[in-house]
Each structure stands twice: as C-alpha cells, then as structure tokens.
Write a protein that binds this ligand. Structure first.
Ligand code: FE2
Length: 372
C-alpha cells in the first residue's frame, strides 16, 4: 500500500477524494452519427450535444448521448490523419477516455503527474458563452486515457464548445441509471503493473482478487477502486490455459490493452433487459442447466427464476447480498468491447461465481468464430 498524503485518505468520505465518480466515457468510433443512432434506438440514450464542422471542429465530430447518470461521448474522425482515425484503424470502435468528475482538475493532475502519470493535456479551461469546465488528461494504459473534469456551478452538466441537440428523434429510456464499473483487459503478467498504477498514481486501492479457471482457459483478476468506491476497475489478464481465453481474443483483436466492458446499472433488471431485448440487443446465452442449481447457489431472491431464465439473467451472491447481471455480445464486429447490465441488491462483488458460467458461454461463442 502506498503512503497516502493528508487530504487524500481512503476514508470512504467523498469530501476529499481526488475523484468524485465517472463523469463520461468517450468512445472513438468510425461514424458518430450512426453510433448515436445505435445507442439511442438500442439502449435508449438521448443525444444531447454535438460538436463538428459546424462548431469549428476540423478533424473530428462528437455527439454526447445521455441516460440518467450515464454519459457517453461518441467521437469520429473527419480526416484520415486525425488521431481519432489512427485509433479506430488500430483498435476499432473503442473506449478512449474514461473521464472522472473532480473538484479540482489542477490538483488531481498534479497529484497524478508527480507520481509518474504521463501528462497529455495540462489543466485547461474550455468555455463558451454558456458554460465552462476545466479539463486535464493523463495517459492510463495502452492508448486509453483518463480526463479529469471540473464542473462549476450552473450548467454543470453541459459541454462547452458543443451545441445542444434540439428536436432529436425520440428516445425511450430502458432504465440504465449509472456506470457501475469498467473492466480492463491487459496482457499476461501486466495485471500487477496496472494495479500499482491505480494505487500509486491515482490513490485507488485494491479491493478484490479473483482467479478463474475453466476447462480450457484461465484468467487472473484484481479490482481497484477509488476512495469512495464510486469508480471501480476490475482488471483481468489471461492466465495459462489449453486454448486462447476470451481475454487473449480481446487483446488480439483490440491490438493491446483496453476497456473490455462497461457495466451499467439498472434499478429494475427484469424490465430493463426485457426492453433491451425488444430493441434488438443480443446477450450472451446462459445454459438452461444454470437455473437448475440457481436456488441452492444463491438462496432466496426477490425475482422469479422463470423471468431470469427467460431473459438469461445471471445471479450471484456474496457476503453482502446478491446481484443480477447480463453481458451483451460485442458491440462491433471485432470481438472486443461489450456492455454489462447489473443490478446490485447490496452485493459488492462483480459476479465471480458467474464468471465460470460466463467463460463457458463465451467459449462456445468463440469456438463458433473459429478462435478457440
Ligand atoms: Fe463486469
């Protein structure tokens, strides 16, 4: 455990935490306009802000979509030499920036850079006549970065230099409420290096360790989180196995470490997953036999097993409570980033009891793609 300077203690008191929570996630995508349509119609996000040629951006266009406390910025290149184009060429549509809300962007930036973070954007005021933010950015892992977003007073949720999107086509919310965690995939034996980065450079702490072995492959996992626990990163590396694990498949097609999945919370898992399925989203299937043993594995739960089975929702219990979760298929043709939908009923874990079931389900999919 690193030494902790006064004022930045792991005290579960949000007051002096460096980071308040996830602010937004920026994805670099081939075509932001089409991606926004997808996130609107498939997941119920509302497009709220736009930047591009019309607002003075020459090399990229961005559309911000939002649902409750989940904000995604979808950015695509306008020119072949845009860094966004380079990123998408190498990684495909991908999480580029996992941005944190901060009280003071300069303090957070200096804290991280003093401890070895790679500076990308020093604290910079971004403003227009309507709103102002201060933003700083550091390198995280691979080509992924963390921005620190300081918002002040009114217009606190706005995006300066973007124009509001009015008269957007209707979006029907699906009950996604917040970002629970982002899972990161790293190459074999890089897990501890990245855990050290979050602990030493960003003052996170290590909260869980899980090593998972299936019949064919294995992975090692550690979870790091910030002081308040509002920002959580399960980090996974492939372990030894007879065949390529889903993590190795991710690393191969993503070309390096990256964000493997974004977990979004729902307060009503059954109706959220039902709505998402009705919108055409595809989820990993769960073997029927999974539900035969569910009552003895998780005990009493409030939901009907029939509903859970109909929707392929997984359940896991830890010492604090239980959680329900489900994983989409990859969001693009490359088998890389996907979404998780999660509802916690007091559980604090990440569904480790389900990871074997997930692994087995994903390995069946991977075999179908000829990559196992
Ligand atoms: Fe997860």
């Amino acid at each position: 455990m690193s030494t902790t300077p006064i004022g930045f203690r792991h005290d579960n008191n949000n007051g002096r935490d460096l980071f308040q929570g996830f602010d937004y996630i920026e994805l670099y995508v081939g075509n932001a306009r089409q991606a926004a349509h997808f996130y609107r119609t498939a997941f119920g996000f509302k497009p709220i802000a736009y930047a591009g040629l019309e607002t003075g951006m020459r090399d990229r266009a961005s559309i911000v979509v939002q649902q409750n406390d989940v904000t995604l910025m979808l950015t695509s290149p306008l020119t072949p030499d845009s860094p966004v184009a380079e990123h998408v060429k190498l990684h495909g549509d991908d999480v580029k920036d996992i941005a944190f809300s901060v009280q003071d962007a300069a303090v957070a930036f200096e804290f991280a850079v003093e401890r070895g973070a790679r500076p990308i954007l020093p604290p910079t005021v971004i403003e227009d006549p309507h709103s102002s933010i201060k933003k700083a950015t550091i390198g995280a892992f691979g080509d992924t970065v963390h921005s620190f977003i300081e918002r002040n007073g009114e217009g606190g949720n706005s995006f300066p230099m973007f124009q509001p999107i009015e008269n957007a086509a209707p979006s029907v919310q699906t009950g996604l409420t917040s970002i629970d965690h982002v899972a990161l995939s790293v190459a074999p034996s890089q897990l501890n290096e990245l855990v050290d980065f979050y602990n030493n450079v960003l003052n996170f702490h290590h909260s869980f360790t899980e090593d998972i072995v299936t019949d064919y492959s294995s992975m090692n996992s550690k979870v790091v989180e910030n002081g308040s626990g509002r920002i959580k990163f399960p980090i996974v590396e492939p372990g030894p196995g007879q065949r390529r694990s889903q993590i190795e498949e991710y690393l191969t097609f993503h070309h390096g470490p990256g964000a493997q999945h974004i977990a979004l919370t729902s307060d009503d898992m059954i109706s959220t997953v039902r709505a998402l399925r009705a919108n055409g989203n595809e989820f990993l299937p769960t073997p029927k036999t999974y539900y035969d043993t569910l009552p003895e594995r998780v005990g009493e739960i409030e939901e009907s097993i029939n509903d859970l089975q109909e929707l392929s929702i997984l359940v896991d219990r830890d010492e604090w409570g239980y959680l329900m979760q489900i994983f989409t298929k990859p969001l693009l043709n490359r088998p890389t980033v996907f979404l998780e939908i999660i509802q916690r009923k007091r559980a604090k874990g990440f569904g480790s009891g389900n990871i074997k079931a997930l692994f087995q389900a994903m390995e069946r999919e991977q075999a179908a793609r000829g990559n196992l």
